[in-house]
Design a protein around this ligand. Structure first.
Ligand code: NAI
Length: 480
């Protein structure tokens, strides 16, 4: 029986390994992590992450050929294939701070693999890493190898949170990069054999190591760039009276462009896009390509601009002040169908409104109060470095309440900001919400989920990103 061990039981390690276990009954899969609470949760009925379909998959194979453990060394020692799926956040200190990937967790995992191994292993980079990381990992492993043969593969993960299980069941492609040596090719084949249990052969792409590493960064950069492109257009739409949904539809009909990932919004979030682009920018700078670095930096600048623009629109529309006014925040996760809040635009929007002294009442169906308070008290990039946690200032604590119902959040509010596209926000009883709000009642839809015309009929003043402005909003121009 082939034994797989995955180091890192997070958003990637957990779901990917659960699906491998489900699809490959002949393979034993153990997911290990240094975090005791995370492993305890994976072994309980309340999994540590929310992902549609995940519960089902885990229930079907946990205890059969899928195990979760904190005994990292034992399971790494016993494995034939070791996936490394640890976090690779942006560095917050030292050389490359604010841009370069922090490979501390990766390096310590590699050193541990070298220390405990007693048999040959294939080590698979699952985390998103800078191009050429495999070379560094190879050096660590071979310098400490005691004669053991390690083959390094790059197998970046392309799943999207919220649809992770679907994406893993039917991936657009599986990418495997390895050395162009006989040993490297043999390792590629071994990993191909795992995926071939359920992924059609033509969807498994093999490349050299560096192409695989760079493809992941490039894919995320391209995706984020589409969002920033349509968001840039949304600002122009508001200025000209064009409707961004109509523009996206018309543009996306071009088969060279395609319709996906063209929704204007308050901005992209999630743990990957910003981190991976910053990493790409850093790599370009290190390779003497400042023009290329500058090009990709703009994607992040537009994203920041979009969030600032949203906050300014809210404040400007409400007579240039939200001080002491209750603002309901509907949605805090970075997108629907996940409880993940890493880099969610809601953090920046809430901080912006708090800076203008608004009182926020926040509701998200999947994010709990502790998480929201932690997020609002952290500095940028600190979410993956818990040691730098900062206490929330007493004033901020008073300005924020977290509730478990959209109606409670909006009661007596002056304005509602929709920051995540949860389906339930489409079907709320907006008449009831309007009746219980202060007047004039504002809705700022950061995800274009509500029916603008219907809400206007009820009496709301409505702002939807990239849509023609109400007369009210035209009279109160916001400067970004
Ligand atoms: P995560 O933070 O949810 O999980 C990482 C886990 O690794 C944590 O539970 C941590 O305790 C554990 N860990 C760190 N060092 C360890 C060590 N030495 N030994 C054992 N466990 C250790 O991170 P996530 O979201 O799963 O991301 C992992 C990697 O996958 C990152 O490089 C990310 O960029 C990449 N990725 C993430 C995607 C996502 O949607 N979240 C999608 C595709 C790639």
């Amino acid at each position: 029986m082939v034994k797989i061990c995955c180091i890192g039981a997070g958003y990637v390690g957990g779901p990917t390994m659960a699906v491998i276990a489900l699809k490959c009954a002949s393979i034993e899969v153990v997911v290990v992590d240094i975090s005791v609470p995370r492993i305890t949760a994976w072994n309980s009925d309340q999994l540590p992450i929310y992902e549609p379909g995940l519960d089902d998959v885990v229930k079907q194979c946990r205890g059969k050929n899928l195990f979760f453990s904190t005994d990292v060394e034992k399971h790494v020692r016993e494995a034939d294939i070791v996936f490394v799926s640890v976090n690779t956040p942006t560095k917050t200190r030292g050389l490359g701070a604010g841009k370069a990937a922090d490979l501390t967790y990766w390096e310590s995992a590699a050193r541990m693999i070298a220390d405990v191994s007693k048999s040959d292993k294939i080590v698979v980079e699952k985390s998103t890493v800078p191009v050429k990381t495999a070379e560094a990992i190879e050096k660590i492993l071979t310098h400490n190898s005691k004669g053991i043969n390690f083959q390094i593969l790059s197998n970046p993960e392309f799943l999207a949170e919220g649809t992770a299980i679907e994406d893993l069941f039917q991936p657009d492609r599986v990418l495997i990069g390895g050395r162009e040596t006989p040993g490297g090719q043999k390792a590629i084949q071994a990993l191909k054999d795992v995926y071939a249990h359920w992924v059609p052969e033509e969807n498994i792409i093999t490349t050299n190591l560096w192409s695989a590493e760079l493809s992941k960064l490039a894919a995320n950069a391209f995706l984020a760039q589409r969002i920033s492109s349509v968001n840039a257009m949304s600002a122009l739409c508001e200025a000209t009276g064009a409707n961004v949904s109509q523009v996206s539809y018309a543009v996306g009909k071009d088969s060279r462009i395609g319709p996906k990932f063209l929704n204007a919004s308050v901005g992209f979030g999630g743990s990957c896009f910003q981190k991976d682009i910053l990493n790409l920018v850093y790599i370009c700078e290190c390779n003497g390509l400042p023009e290329v670095a500058e090009y990709w930096k703009q994607v992040i600048k537009i994203n920041d601009y979009q969030k600032t623009r949203f906050v300014n629109r809210v404040v400007a529309s409400m007579f240039n002040t939200v001080s002491g006014k209750k603002v309901a925040i509907l949605g805090f996760a970075f997108k629907k169908d996940t409880g993940d809040t890493r880099e969610t635009p809601a953090i920046d929007v809430c901080k912006g409104l708090l800076g203008d002294k608004a009182n926020l009442s926040i509701y998200d169906p999947q994010v709990n109060e502790d998480q929201i308070r932690r997020d609002l008290s952290m500095n940028k990039f600190d979410w993956d470095h818990p040691l730098h946690l900062q206490p929330m200032s007493p004033t901020t604590v008073k300005q924020v309440s977290v509730v478990w119902d959209a109606y409670m959040a909006t009661k007596d509010a002056h304005a509602v900001c929709i920051l995540t596209e949860w389906d339930e926000f489409k079907t709320l009883d907006y008449k009831k919400i309007y009746d219980n709000m202060q007047k004039p009642a504002f809705i700022f839809d950061g995800r274009n989920v509500v029916d603008k015309e219907k809400l206007r009929e009820i009496g709301f003043i409505v702002y939807s990103i990239g849509k023609p402005l109400d007369a009210w909003l035209k009279d109160m121009p916001a400067v970004a």
